[in-house]
Design a protein around this ligand. Structure first.
Ligand SMILES: Cc1ncc(COP(=O)(O)O)c(C=O)c1O
Length: 419
């Protein structure tokens, strides 16, 4: 009996260890981040003991939940130099982008202005609400980017007019990590009396943002990109800027976003913001060092790879490379030791080539396979070394085996980069 027990424990242990070893190295921090254990600890009491409705402040349960939500709001405001009352909780950056774009443009339509300017490499949660506004009669101007992913300011100047309501340009791109010159962009928008919105889902908590200094009217935030929980985000709305709500109900969040706030998620976003603010400089230095090491290893060992996006104006932890002579599908299926995002070129019509990568060089009919690697808080130098050796090994072997680039058939398990 004892022997059976011992051997079953031993087998479970081996299974457990083999599972741990089989886990790929996580290099997809721009898609999502794990919740920081400190954030999780802060959230826990608000699921059970502190369960009060933060809007029911006639008793101590509600008052304590209310206080916690307001403290979180203050933490979020602090990191971007805003006032707490300028922060509206949302379910994430998607909702914040929708509220900012639809809400602000609909509110200003009566002034006779109807033009909105944005950029081709924006996230779908910006581009799609713009399409909705187009159907409502607004004129949407989508500007191209340069080969390095940056918006050309002259293009913006040429597009701006007295009819421009809103300029929406993201702070950091989710695929190529490029940082747009938001301060210069907001200045130009202001000269034409237009509002400036920035989708900061990828930038918030990672690079310094000052809504006053940077002239931002509306800014979108996401919890799960900064080691906070999924399902929560926020919209900064500058005092005096009018936004119409997208839904109606109990009047919460200054009548702009009704519904009972999810206290644990709000608390988590607040704590994640506090930690991000405290650690921003150190973390970004660490990520730049690791990112540069990984990039150098890849560039030294693999000919014919291209770094997409500007190297200087870039998020600390982002690498996005195009790998010539390799089929994206094969790359995805062979890179089993790392969890990153792979985009593919494919001749068949039923597969998306990343529209962000295409926007960098619209002339190129078929961009090569591309790989987004995003490093984060828990990435180690060992991870980087392992990842480099895996990518180098796989790319070399695919190039040897398929000198013409391999199959260009279209499988269906491609992971889209639009996160
Ligand atoms: C640039 C950008 N905007 C918006 C979003 C949407 O964020 P959320 O998942 O919080 O809705 C994402 C994340 O996928 C993003 O990367």
């Amino acid at each position: 009996m004892r022997n059976t027990w011992t051997s079953s424990i031993f087998i479970s242990l081996i299974f457990f260890i083999s599972k741990i070893q089989a886990e790929p190295i996580y290099l997809d921090y721009q898609a999502s981040t794990p919740v920081d254990p400190r954030v999780f600890e802060t959230m826990v009491p608000y699921f059970t003991k502190e369960f009060g409705n933060p809007h029911s402040t006639t008793h101590i349960y509600g008052i304590r939940a209310h206080k916690a939500v307001e403290q979180a709001r203050a933490e979020i405001a602090k990191i971007i130099n805003a006032q707490p009352e300028e922060i509206i909780f949302t379910s994430g950056a998607t909702e914040a982008n929708n509220l900012a774009i639809l809400g602000a443009c609909r509110a200003l339509k009566h002034l006779g202005k109807n033009e909105i300017i944005s950029v081709s490499t924006e996230h779908k949660s910006v581009l799609e609400p713009l399409q909705a506004l187009k159907r409502e009669g607004f004129k949407i101007i989508i500007l191209p980017v340069q080969k390095n992913g940056l918006l050309r300011l002259e293009d913006l100047v040429n597009a701006l007019s007295s009819k421009t309501i809103l300029v929406s340009v993201m702070a950091a791109n989710n695929e190529i990590g490029v940082l747009q010159p938001i301060k210069e962009i907001s200045k130009l928008a202001q000269q034409y009396g237009a509002l400036f919105h920035t989708d900061a889902a990828q930038a918030y908590g990672k690079i310094p943002i000052d809504v006053v200094e940077d002239g931002i009217d509306l800014l979108s935030i996401s919890g799960h990109k900064i080691y906070g929980p999924k399902g929560v985000g926020a919209l900064y709305i500058k005092k005096g800027v009018t936004v119409l709500p997208l839904s109606y109900g109990g009047g919460q969040e200054r009548n702009l976003r009704p519904g009972t706030l999810p206290t644990p998620l709000c608390v988590g976003l607040g704590e994640a913001s506090r930690i991000a603010y405290e650690k921003m400089q150190l973390e970004s230095q660490k990520l730049i060092t690791l990112r540069n090491k990984l990039l150098a290893l890849l560039q030294e060992n693999l000919p014919d790879i291209i770094l997409n996006g500007d190297l200087k104006a870039r998020l600390p932890g982002n690498i996005n490379i195009s790998i010539k002579g390799v089929d994206g599908r094969l790359l995805l299926s062979r890179l089993t030791g790392i969890a990153a995002s792979v985009g593919s070129a494919c001749t068949s019509a039923n597969i998306d080539v990343s529209y962000v990568i295409q926007a960098l060089d619209p002339e190129e009919a078929l961009p090569p396979a591309n790989l987004r690697i995003s490093l984060g808080r828990y990435t180690t130098e060992h991870d980087v070394d392992q990842a480099a050796s895996e990518i180098i090994k796989v790319v070399k072997s695919l190039r040897e085996k398929y000198p013409k680039g391999g199959r260009r058939s279209c499988l269906t398990n491609i992971q889209h980069l639009n996160k």
